[in-house]
Design a protein around this ligand. Sequence first.
Ligand code: MD3
Ligand code: FE
Length: 227
Amino acid sequence: KGSILRPGMVLLRSYLSCADQVKIVKICRDRGLGSGGFYQPGYRDGAKLHLKMMCLGKNWDPEKSEYGEYRPIDGAKPPIIPDEFNQFVEKAIQDSHAVVRKNIKASNVEDILPSMSPDICIVNFYAATGRLGLHQDRDESRGSLMRGLPVVSFSIGDSAEFLFGDQKDADKLDKIVLESGDVLIFGGKSRHIFHGVSAIHLNTAPKALLEETNLRPGRLNLTFREY
Ligand code: MD3
Ligand code: FE
């Protein structure tokens, strides 16, 4: 079920079971409604991102491109990352190693995708018109970039068009549709790629997930990093 999309980029399709997805949605909803919960962040120029965001563990401030213990917008401290989340991440990285070993000969998988214990989880909610412009995760997470630690992303709910590539030219980007339960792991050379979310495909979330969570139309995305 796993594939290598480009060097350092592993896609684990339908990796999270429906029960896991339900658990994650419920925890995010629980954390997201209280102090430190979802808000609509802005960029440096004052424009708003087309999504709602909440951080767990540490804060990431898109306005200043900065990590911190507290959120500048309201001084709230982000809720902790639930242990279960980090267990999913650890297991996903281990399972990505099997995919790399199968596809590349004589490679030390720990060098390409080292294990990590995330200390920040960014939870993004994309409503019907949600999107995220093409960008590189550059000045974020300097420690993590230096040590070559990967980013792990979970997709839950409606599917999303995900664009990525070495250049910003629209015609040179690859596009994949990320579905509920998919896990993407970015390490090595793929840590510097341009990437973004161009559209949400409404009414594509699994029925069972909606029935058990009442998740509103849209997509939940969790990205894990070790700062
Ligand atoms: C490729 N999030 O948090 S997840 C981000 O759907 C971000 O919320 C998107 O881009 C989202 O920075 C995309 C996939 C992802 C996350 C981090 C990456 C891809 C990445 C870092 C480097 C390269
Ligand atoms: Fe990003």
